[in-house]
Ligand binder design. Sequence first.
Ligand code: PEP
Ligand code: MN
Length: 395
Amino acid sequence: MSATLVSNLGWYPASWRRFPANQMPSYGEPEQLKSVEARLEAAAPVIAFQDAQRLRQAMAGLAEGRGFLLQGGDCAESFDDPVAEQVSGIVGLFEEMAAKIRPAVNGPLIEVARIAGQFAKPRSAQTETHEGETLPAYRGDIVNGTSFDALSRRADPQRMIRAHMQSVGTAASLAAARGSDPPIFTSHEALLLPYEEPLTRRDPAGRWWATSGHMLWLGDRTRQVDGAHVEYLRGIENVVGVKCGPSLQPEELCRLIDRLDPVGSPGKLVLIGRFGAKKIRQLLPPLMRAAKDRPVVWTIDPMHGNTSMTGKRKVRRLPDILAEIDAFFAIAQAEGVHGGGVHLEMSALDVTECIGGRGPASIAELDKNWLTACDPRLNRAQAIDLAAHIAALMA
Ligand code: PEP
Ligand code: MN
């Protein structure tokens, strides 16, 4: 029996149901939910487990200090996305960014998009109030709708079917757009467990894979060591990302690693720091020291820790984003850790969602082309400039 099978004793795709789950929608009709889950269980996988296995192998090299992970895409995909255009846009953007970064990397560049399943969103506030009316928060198109009315904010299990169909189509166009070698892998936050569970499939060797995407990550709001999301993720063979936010304590990180990767498989875990430019210098070094003897990959998400609110709008500024990236590479070098990659929210379009650089100059300009379904993304020019900035840091 392989080490992996021993390590996930007591686990099965539904074992998360025995643990408290944060950020889960409450579905009105249990019968409808059950029938959707049954349909997903019989549905086609979004990705082939052999490709998820390829990503595991690639990531193992990164854990040994060779290569770089470029991960990015929308904060949230939408049912209104024009899929073919979306895919060719992101493929083109990855190519332009890779052209900047690749020459500076010692080893392979691993490309992973937030796509073909990035539909579920965790929310800080469970409800939203407008002119005296309070409704459930929008949780992503896989759960409910954006418009502020009771019907569209109702959690509808049928949306999982639609998300799955769109993801299958998106993953297929992504594979066709790029040919097979080297692929752009898919990823999303493993948040909506009633969607993930029925798409969890067994390979001929008896190992379990999430077939909803090549890489899944644990969000900063659902990383409770004894919670349902950690329980689900500990049993699958896919590369698993862990968002590491400001409240994560070093001993907590060690317990998370013990739970998610008890056997210490190189590249199984990607730790994604997201502290904010002001906090990273204080918070990241103790975490890197705590994980020093573990075969993990460290990357930086410079988006989520650098977000502030002005009125109803989330504001992100390019100088803060670049400052957190700079600090990440400086800290990694000082700690003797490989600065393994970046995790970005970005669009191939000329959106006006983040302030600075070749984007809007001020808050007043954000309205010009604000298209995101959730968080503000770098636009194409900002993303390419950021790639050049990273290349210069690594050179
Ligand atoms: C995200 O990546 O869109 C997200 C919600 O991140 P985090 O869990 O780090 O806040
Ligand atoms: Mn986001």
